[in-house]
Design a protein around this ligand. Structure first.
Ligand SMILES: Cc1cc2nc3c(=O)[nH]c(=O)nc-3n(C[C@H](O)[C@H](O)[C@H](O)COP(=O)(O)OP(=O)(O)OC[C@H]3O[C@@H](n4cnc5c(N)ncnc54)[C@H](O)[C@@H]3O)c2cc1C
Length: 380
């Protein structure tokens, strides 16, 4: 059902896409089990490591695939994986999201320590920004970094952190003086404690991370003191568009389920697909999937050259595709009637998994503010 093949068929990407598709096929038999779990599924981890796809999340100098992390390549992999397993998509994406700032501004010591292991999926990465009282408003964080002689001390509480408990290090945003700094915190540092969360409607490897008088060397700081936010922005600029790609993959998978059902189930003497209103739901959903896909890959192609310059477009793609995925899965459930409601069925799973896409990495309403601001700046 793809419509953006002039970009997708390029040789450099078609191999990647095929490898992602082979991985998706391999993990399909246990995808439902993995997606129902709040711990890392070892089968998914082994298969993802063997595919070497996580090399896409790290620069070539540290074991990655390309000189710099390529948002287009990330999108290709996420679209395919999300159509099969949310757990696989998250395990893949977090390697990049959790390590990007380190690759961009970390000390050479920490880069060489962690990045080759991230590329090979031998170490898991996490990005700890959110706190109980600071979600969309990240500047309200209270986690604090202080200098004590040669060392740094970290104190605070991060909340809803993907890979918490499984990660080998946490790239963590903290206040330092009047600014904000990023630090790499190895998970086994004394004073780091993980608390599990209540299970989410779409289970996820996630938890809260507490830092109590955590001592770190000065080399753990990423970038200059007080300059953590530009690195957070750089991370979002590269990865936000890939949430849109995951949404496209999810919506596409839901639509395939609905099409198969609507073609084979007959009511009133005809397949559902031939009943006018059902055909309308299918057509509207395909339009949603294809228009989201076009915007996503057009944005990702632009972001390859200058991700930061395209951040507002990435926000636009993320809003468009995640909102579209919500509409598409809802229509698909409707088309599938009572079978759309069976707990544990693929469509029911996709419906639960679509919901967080509109909240994390920038809630729709928050991203709209930035998009509108950019629009007003651009119109002469
Ligand atoms: C599955 C999952 C994984 C996550 N993984 C991570 C992770 O790895 N690392 C991490 O740091 N965080 C993570 N998060 C947290 C996520 O980033 C936050 O949930 C997100 O930033 C929104 O913050 P919040 O939930 O506190 O919502 P709030 O900030 O409380 O906002 C709630 C709602 O209010 C509205 N709103 C808020 N501000 C505005 C505004 N200025 N204008 C208009 N409307 C507004 C929006 O509708 C928003 O949805 C994860 C969350 C989920 C669900």
């Amino acid at each position: 059902m793809s419509g953006v093949d002039s970009e997708l068929n390029r040789a450099e990407y078609s191999d990647l896409r095929q490898r992602a598709a082979r991985l998706a096929e391999e993990i399909e038999p246990y995808a439902a089990q993995a997606d129902a779990s709040s711990v890392v599924h070892e089968g998914i981890r082994r298969a993802l490591a063997a595919s070497e796809l996580t090399r896409v999340t790290v620069p070539a100098a540290y074991g990655g695939r390309a000189p710099s992390v390529d948002p287009y390549a990330i999108c290709l992999v996420r679209e395919v994986l999300m159509g099969t397993s949310c757990a696989a998509d998250s395990l893949f994406a977090m390697q990049g999201i959790g390590s990007f700032a380190l690759a961009a501004g970390g000390s050479e010591e920490d880069r060489t320590r962690w990045l080759p292991r991230v590329a090979a999926l031998e170490s898991l990465a996490a990005l700890a920004l959110t706190e109980p009282e600071a979600g969309s408003d990240l500047k309200a964080i209270t986690t604090r970094l202080t200098v004590h002689g040669e060392d740094l001390t970290l104190d605070g509480h991060k909340s809803f952190i993907s890979n918490a408990g499984a990660a080998d290090f946490y790239t963590t945003l903290a206040r330092e003086g009047d600014g904000y700094s990023l630090v790499v915190v190895p998970a086994d540092t004394p004073g780091v404690r993980i608390e599990p969360l209540p299970e989410l409607s779409a289970p996820h490897v996630i938890g809260d991370v507490y830092f109590h008088e955590v001592t770190l060397p000065a080399s753990a700081r990423i970038g200059a003191p007080g300059h953590g936010f530009p690195l957070v922005l750089a991370t979002l600029a590269t990865f936000r568009v890939s949430v849109a790609a995951a949404a496209v993959g999810l919506a596409d998978a839901a639509l395939r389920e609905a099409v198969r059902h609507a073609r084979t189930r007959h009511q009133f003497g005809r397949p559902l697909a031939e009943l006018g209103p059902v055909a309308g739901l299918l057509a509207d959903s395909w339009i949603d999937v294809e228009s989201s896909r076009l915007l996503t890959y057009d944005t990702a192609a632009r972001a390859r050259h200058d991700p930061l310059a395209e951040l507002d477009r990435s926000s636009m793609a993320k809003v468009a595709a995640s909102e579209a995925a919500g509409r598409v899965v809802d229509r698909c459930v409707q088309i599938m009637g009572r079978w759309g409601l069976v707990r544990g069925s693929k469509i029911e799973r996709l419906q639960r998994q679509a919901r967080p896409l509109r909240i994390y990495e920038g809630a729709t309403e928050v991203l709209r503010l930035g998009i509108a601001k950019r629009l007003c700046r651009e119109v002469p």
